[in-house]
Design a protein around this ligand. Sequence first.
Ligand SMILES: [Zn+2]
Length: 716
Amino acid sequence: MKNLLQKGLVFISATLLLASCGEEKNTEANPESEMTENVLLQEWTGPYGGVPAFDKMQLKDIKEAVTLGMDMKLKEIDAIANNPEPATFENTIVEMERSGAALDRAFNYYGIFSSNMSSPEFREIEGELAPLITEFRSTITQNEKLFQRIKTVYQATKKTPLEADKQRVVDLVYKSFEMNGAELSPENKEQYAAIAKELSSLYTDFSNNVLHDEENYITYLSDQQLGGLPEGFVKSAAAIAQANGHEGEYAITNTRSSIDPFLTYSTERELRKQVWTNFYSRGDNGDEFDNNKLIAEILRLRREKVELLGYSNYAEWRLQDRMAKTPENAINLMEAVWPAALARVAEEVADMQALAGNEITIEPWDYRFYAELVRKDKYDLDSDEVKQYLQLDKLTEAMHYVAGRLFDFEFTPVTDGSVPVFHEDVKVWKVTNKNTRENVGLWYLDPYARPGKRSGAWATTYRSHTTFDGKKNVLASNNSNFVKPAEGEALLVSWDDATTFFHEFGHALHFFSSNVKYPTLNSGVRDYTEFQSQLLERWLATDEVISNFLVHNETGDPMPAELVQKIKNAATFNQGFSTTEYLASAIMDMKFHLADPSNIDVDKFERETLAELKMPKELPMRHRTPHFSHVFSSEGYATAYYGYMWADVLTADATEAFAEAPNGFYDKELADKAVKYLFAPRNAIDPAEAYRLFRGRDARIEALMKDRGFPVPVSE
Ligand SMILES: [Zn+2]
């Protein structure tokens, strides 16, 4: 079945510039980290090359850990910058790669407090730290002496190139400094840093406003209002309501994982409207938590920042080191797909309207509900029936099986309590290379939603693979928001959620398979790094997975061939909806950053842009602007949301290679090639080149159009 495009956030090295992934177990202990008692800065001890002390983390230590960690790194950077020896790759670039180990450890805990167990107390600390962290980064990128040394090394390599991977590190480091203002005059540098600092505060405010609106618009239902809702959903809604002190009621929280099933199944149209409105009004309620003014300010500051660097807009600056290279390339792709998506929406709405009859006109809060009816009617596919075969435990086994076949990884649960976790629900597996028996690392899984955990699903690393200072194993995690089942119940998930689960695991496999020497080479290229994860989604529907792992939660029978066929038939179903809701957000992201931001009225701009695009009135953007966290809660996905589709062109094209291989999706030769060129090099090879090495040519759009059931353009 079709993959969805947008799988929540991935924090690949959110601290890109700082990340020198980790742990220095076999080197001399850093004398400075011994000066502090702060547990969050300490070297990681214990098994598997040392593991984070999640059992000892306390909120009271985080602020000190981060600020001390930053001081320590700045001292290390100063030492590099003031080295009296002439600048070399070893004494400048490698030393930079090595610096900041203690800070990296602190940031790992910070990431957990921020994403997995946030609280009002933490958010206050976060608000205090955010501008300090930005200032810290600016201090490094604006360190004139340091940059001159980097530049010296860079220029020397233009005459005498280094080995490919070292050269790539030099190029990436130099580019990143240049893009962040290292070449500016002292005066402009100051202004640049001030803007960056102001932006970081705005990002925090933006996120907090969204979170506020997610936590404060819960809809409580009585037992008279449960029409159409699946039993499992009702049970968990009751549990959430009880936890919130609403015993005997049922809570629909204002998050995607809750509203999505509600809008799909509830027969209560007025309630659907209310729940829909709450969700799509996040950050847009005209109160003190409204994000529209913040966004205008963010856009204005982003433009001002890149103008200092001589770029005409943020998108142009941002895309130069991406696979797309220019905003035009990204827009061209989106515009090539958009008309087909709109045409499909019109067909979908007509199908739905035919089922709904004359009594109602399809509104946005009806789309999922009637789509589900059409799905049953047209494809005779009942999502709830499919769900009976999708148990989270079995899906986990299935992913491990796929990893074994394609990557030669073996996953074994760590059950002896030797690896500390930050919550009792987190489970840990050790990952072993089946051939060499070497430990690849540990895989942490935090599956369930809980208050304070960010919504969506994501993957992250606590430690990445590097070899420049002795071989480091990988500590990677997957995080989801499945509603924890009642005691003794199987956790059944939807096909889409199962796909997302595989998706995030694809990110983890990308981390685990890294063979790079230097931390910088682990960095993600935003419009490329969703490719590996999207590719892995495709193994959910392979015969091996279906017959062995998609088994009925009560009878244990594998999913019947007939049901499998129905799922495959329905693969292109509702592609109008999912492509359009995604593309509308992606195009909006780009247009906002190309537009003149002076005096921009965000709400009006969104409305007018949608009108120009001829956005169908029956569905909203997947992320409306006032809560588009990908784009406005950090720089992470700003002018980068298109990247999911960019990566999906590669995904569809690469999938076709597997479909055509002699042994299909488990073709060993092709799998080895995929691991070698698409996964293991991370950012050590230019992505376009890596893809060509795998496929023998560039990716083409045809496979993507075919996947979505859209008319395939005729090649010239
Ligand atoms: Zn992803």
